[in-house]
Write a protein that binds this ligand. Structure first.
Ligand code: ACO
Length: 323
């Protein structure tokens, strides 16, 4: 059977680092409060000229280099983002053009913080369905542009960045020993829309809007939703927490990540954490974490890797793959 196997990865961050001490000058907060509640120590914030598409392009170029490929080798680009450069055309098409790619097709995926998990699942479906052989998947965000910088309950949590992953078709045996995407478990439930949303949009207010969140409410649901989809991925493939080499979670909050891993019996040393360095970069957080852990040699060929995320909507999901 056809499997979607990882061929390359890359990442890009804005130039400017904003530490918790810097945040103390913007809103009434403290390094201690932010670290204790979230694990975040710093985040990167896009400057003038840095946009979702420019960061996405940089991450895409890094992934192409890592794979030893050029844009000519790609059939499809999917960009997971909630902070597009324009309402349309899609940021993926913008990046396609920046890469000098004028063949194939490109589109955006909007599932907020779960966007990258949704995009990997979509890419895998296109590859297994025979519609694309190589897919460039990008998670890119500039959440700093939709934050209310006077609201300390949200502005300390988020950051900007981009990451990319290239999947390509390869023959597999159809077992959980195959390399590539083994299964995915996706969920959404719009009943939770008021707990985490942006209070504007083209069709409602005609404005971009700002992020609003009931943090405590989100927290209440997060661990249960995340552990459900991870367990579903284990069950479908007949694997267990003991078989797993790496959990690469969406990086929203250290307490949510550690609580989910503990509930599933996943050892803390198997969990990739970058929330301290990047803050919550929404759809970019998983590919940024992948690039960190694969880049320094932690994630190796043949490793069993679980990706998971939960975000606005709510949307949530997990992907199990063998590197
Ligand atoms: N600095 C200092 N004090 C603050 C800050 C801040 N930045 N923000 C809030 N506080 C205060 C509150 O005003 C409150 O004070 P009060 O008790 O006098 O009213 C106190 O801290 C406690 O506030 P809570 O909201 O109860 O704090 P909590 O322990 O729940 O932590 C947090 C807040 C970190 C947001 C937590 O609820 C959380 O992590 N929720 C999940 C959010 C999340 O992960 N969202 C993203 C997932 S989806 C996505 O990625 C888009």
């Amino acid at each position: 059977m056809i499997r979607s196997v990882v061929r390359g990865f890359g990442a890009a961050l804005p130039e400017r680092v904003v530490t918790n001490r810097d945040m103390e000058k913007i809103v009434e907060t403290s390094d201690e409060w932010i670290v204790q509640r979230t694990g975040i120590r710093q985040r990167y914030i896009a400057g003038e000229g840095e946009t979702t598409a420019s960061l996405g392009e940089q991450a895409a170029r890094a992934a192409l280099d890592n794979a030893g490929l050029t844009a000519a080798d790609i059939d499809l680009i999917i960009c997971a983002t909630s902070t597009p450069d324009n309402t349309f055309p899609a940021t993926a098409v913008n990046i396609q053009n920046r890469l000098g790619m004028h063949h194939g097709f490109a589109f955006d995926m909007q599932a907020v913080c779960s966007g990258f998990v949704y995009a990997v699942t979509t890419a895998d479906s296109y590859i297994r369905g025979g519609l694309a052989k190589r897919v460039l998947i990008i998670g890119a965000e500039t959440f700093s542009r939709i934050l209310d910088w006077t609201d300390r309950t949200t502005c300390v949590l988020f950051g900007d960045g981009a990451g990319a992953l290239i999947l390509e078709a390869a023959e597999g045996e159809g077992t959980s020993q195959d390399r590539g995407v083994l299964t995915a478990s996706l969920r959404s439930d719009g009943a939770h829309k008021d707990k985490l949303y942006v209070d504007g949009g083209p069709s409602s207010t005609g404005t971009v809007g700002q992020l609003r969140m009931e943090g405590r409410e989100v927290f209440k649901y997060a661990v249960g939703m995340i552990t459900d989809v991870i367990q579903a991925a284990f069950d479908t493939t007949g694997t267990t927490a003991d078989d797993l080499d790496w959990l690469v979670p969406h990086q929203a909050n250290r307490r949510i990540i550690e609580g989910s891993a503990k509930k599933l019996g996943i050892a803390p040393e198997k969990v990739v954490i970058t929330v301290d360095l990047h803050g919550n970069t929404s759809a970019a957080s998983i590919p940024l974490a992948i690039a960190a852990a694969a880049g320094d040699g932690r994630i190796k060929k043949g490793d069993l890797v679980m990706l998971e995320a939960m975000g606005g909507g709510f949307t949530w999901g997990a992907v199990l793959l063998r590197w």
